[in-house]
Design a protein around this ligand. Sequence first.
Ligand SMILES: NC(=O)C1=CN([C@@H]2O[C@H](COP(=O)(O)OP(=O)(O)OC[C@H]3O[C@@H](n4cnc5c(N)ncnc54)[C@H](O)[C@@H]3O)[C@@H](O)[C@H]2O)C=CC1
Ligand SMILES: C[N+](C)(C)CC(=O)CC(=O)[O-]
Length: 497
Amino acid sequence: MTTQIQKAACIGGGVIGGGWIARFLLAGIDVKVFDPHPEAQRIVGEVIANAERAYRLLTMAPLPPKGKLTFCQSLEEAVEGADWIQESVPERLDLKRGVLTKIDAAAKPDALIGSSTSGLKPTDLQRDMKHPERLFVAHPYNPVYLLPLAELVGGEKTSRATLETARDRLKPIGMKGVIINKEIEAFVGDRLLEAVWREGLWLIKDDICDTETLDDVIRYSFGMRWAQMGMFETYRIAGGEAGMRHFIAQFGPCLSWPWTKLTDVVDLTDELIDKIANQSDAQSGARGIRELERIRDQNLCGIMQALKAGDEGRGWGAGKLLAEFEEHLWKNAPKAKVEVKVEPLRLLDIKVSPAWVDYNGHMTEFRYLQVFGDTSDALLRLIGVDMEYVEAGHSYYTVETHIRHLGESKLGQEIYSTLQLVSHDEKRLHYFSRIHDAKTGDILATAEQMMVHVDSKAAKACPAPAHVLAKVKEIADAHASLPVPEGFGRHVGQKKG
Ligand SMILES: NC(=O)C1=CN([C@@H]2O[C@H](COP(=O)(O)OP(=O)(O)OC[C@H]3O[C@@H](n4cnc5c(N)ncnc54)[C@H](O)[C@@H]3O)[C@@H](O)[C@H]2O)C=CC1
Ligand SMILES: C[N+](C)(C)CC(=O)CC(=O)[O-]
């Protein structure tokens, strides 16, 4: 079985199906969709637009060309030839079982069939299938195109190989498949979420707080903790130096105190539903769903980027996964196709991401250095200094940088960078980069930099090999007739002109 998904089929294109479709398409996978809803194409189109916007904020790694999206007239047409089929129809056992049995009959024999169900047991879903061993639950989290987790749950007839292959196939699309040991209704995530939700409903019903206060309690405290360490690691720390045993000794007895109403299910009367809906309208009704989705996505991108820098830059949790996904994207990126002409090389086209903006409302200082650093990396790839080259023991290191800030880059602003090679020798590259506003072309910042070719194991400068120098010369020849850039050679405090 290949570990790469070549063709996907999505049966059901609502909130979750739409998220899966976007996840697959943006990973470069062709997707065929069957959803009888008359507005399915519009709804899916809106989810994809949000997902594309989110990915521009999430990463500067080169996404593959977007997969092809096809809406089909029948389930059979959609699943034909697909190697991953994801069912995301409404949460009703009879409906899902019927749809999955039809998928099973029409799919190619080695196709994997995942169900997005939030809580139905796979044993119940696979009952009528001829090849039940390839059916599993792949329970995702909304929005599927950003949140990486899928709980993988097998039924009595699911093979272990199916679960392991599914987990392997999710990795190259930036997802983390977690295999759950035993099937149980609602798996792990929704067990936890429902427990908290039930308690929240009681707190609203009993007028302990309103929906906004309850949400504040979560998002200003343990919600942030959970995003990075989950429950048990967090509580280990809460036990202090004595750790988990001390934590349990101290807080275990509270479990039998009246801290929870979990054993009772709140009665969802019309009165309570009105109360919750009205409080929710007061809290969030001023904004539409798509707007709320965009705010959520922007925040999630910021959190993942922060986690990518966690643990002293090694990455942590979902941020580490993002870093691994980006490494995969860079490794699989088509070789840079930048045309060398008598003009500065245009090397990056990006948007100012939410995690890059400071208290002044514009891109913070060190992100300029990041953009210039990424511009240098793009030059290196162009001259053949890619990951393989670096892993083999050589690289270029930056030894000097002078950045000038000439304009502002605001959140979401489209910008691009260019690079002009001013001089070089067998060890050094001396160049001048500019960040431009993509709409006006105005220069927002410049950087004069010097890189030196190194033997990274010996930590010593050394001449670059002939094939790299040949590419450097090609660029240098093209740039030789360009005027020396304004600002080149300036030092801090020097007057213009
Ligand atoms: N909404 C959420 O937050 C999450 C939902 N899920 C699960 O994902 C599944 C889908 O839920 P949502 O996307 O929220 O529901 P939804 O109501 O937004 O979408 C369901 C879609 O399935 C389509 N559909 C209905 N019958 C169909 C059929 N026979 N063939 C093909 N398409 C059909 C509908 O037209 C609709 O577009 C459920 O199993 C749910 O438990 C999982 C994780 C989170
Ligand atoms: C509400 N829900 C049970 C459908 C939620 C999920 O299944 C996961 C999520 O995204 O919260």
